[in-house]
Design a protein around this ligand. Structure first.
Ligand code: CO
Length: 302
């Protein structure tokens, strides 16, 4: 009798213990992961910025795609170009630097932020964003963690994926004998090496594809000579920039004598600009969002 009741007591004790354990783990899951954390996580989309109003509409589409992929998550913006922010401020539009946006997020009670660079290459603007993110992470009473998503062309697979998307979006009227000329920004930063690499991938996919940059290499003068030397009669000019902003509209397609379109026409080559920024293609935005996913998944893990 005594033996039976002791074992029964043990059985009850084990049951109660197990139930408490289950309740505790269920509570920790509901409270710890499902309820508390998402409310404290936010996304910061970080672009160079643009002062061209048409180009800014593109940002609304990126935001829409971000919210569709991360439902219910707070999404905010920052522009890294001070000149652009100042120009917009003169026009009465308030835009924030990454530092200002991160400070606001901390003030509003967010603790973890995934900042996504909407830049094309990991250059100066991206370095600046990484620095800023590092300084903000772990600030007293501030953000605990800020992860940064890679820019568009961060790896060889990204480059190939993006090159294929860009070629798939070339207007159907283009004949194979006509040149495709992509205009990249270019930089003195070592990340400029992405452009010659992209040029090589483009050439491999389509022999009449060229890539030149405004401020780096490959240089436009050399590329222009190559197009001339090949006896090409017509060129399609396409921005390899997130938005068809000032460089695309003026330096590439503008009426001035020194625009790429004018220089080609002086050389007897017809040109047709495509004034679409890369961010207007959903498949390009998907690459940025894949990088954001990686940054988002790192939240809470470092
Ligand atoms: Co520029």
């Amino acid at each position: 009798m005594l033996l039976v009741s002791r074992s029964r007591w043990r059985w009850w004790a084990a049951c109660v213990g197990l139930a408490a354990c289950l309740l505790w783990s269920w509570g920790a899951q509901a409270g710890g992961h499902e309820a508390v954390q998402p409310a404290n996580k936010a996304i910061l989309l970080v672009s160079f910025g643009t002062s061209v109003p048409q180009a800014r509409q593109v940002f609304a589409k990126i935001e829409e795609a971000t919210k569709a992929r991360f439902p219910g998550v707070e999404v905010r913006w920052a522009f890294t170009a001070k000149k652009v922010r100042q120009k917009l401020a003169r026009e009465g539009q308030v835009t924030l630097s990454p530092a200002q946006a991160l400070a606001n997020l901390a003030e509003d009670g967010y603790t973890q932020v995934a900042a996504q660079s909407l830049h094309i290459i990991p250059g100066e603007e991206f370095d600046g964003l990484k620095d800023t993110a590092q300084r903000f992470a772990g600030m007293p009473k501030g953000l605990k963690q800020v992860t940064v998503g890679q820019p568009l062309l961060a790896s060889p697979p990204d480059m190939r994926r993006v090159a294929q998307v860009m070629l798939a979006h070339v207007p159907k009227e283009r004949r194979p004998s006509e040149a495709l000329v992509f205009m990249g920004h270019g930089t003195a930063h070592q990340a400029n090496e992405v452009y010659p690499a992209m040029a090589a991938i483009f050439k491999e996919l389509d022999a009449n594809t060229f890539l030149a940059t405004v401020e780096g290499s490959p240089e436009w003068d050399k590329v222009k000579q190559e197009i001339k030397a090949r006896g090409i009669k017509k060129a399609w000019l396409i921005p390899l920039m997130s938005v068809a902003g000032d460089h695309a509209r003026n330096d590439m397609a503008g009426q001035e004598d020194d625009s790429w379109a004018s220089q080609l026409s002086q050389a007897g080559i017809a040109s047709q600009p495509v004034l679409m920024g890369m961010a207007e293609y959903p498949e390009v935005v998907a690459v940025w969002l894949d990088h954001l996913q990686t940054a988002w998944d790192r939240l809470g893990k470092e």
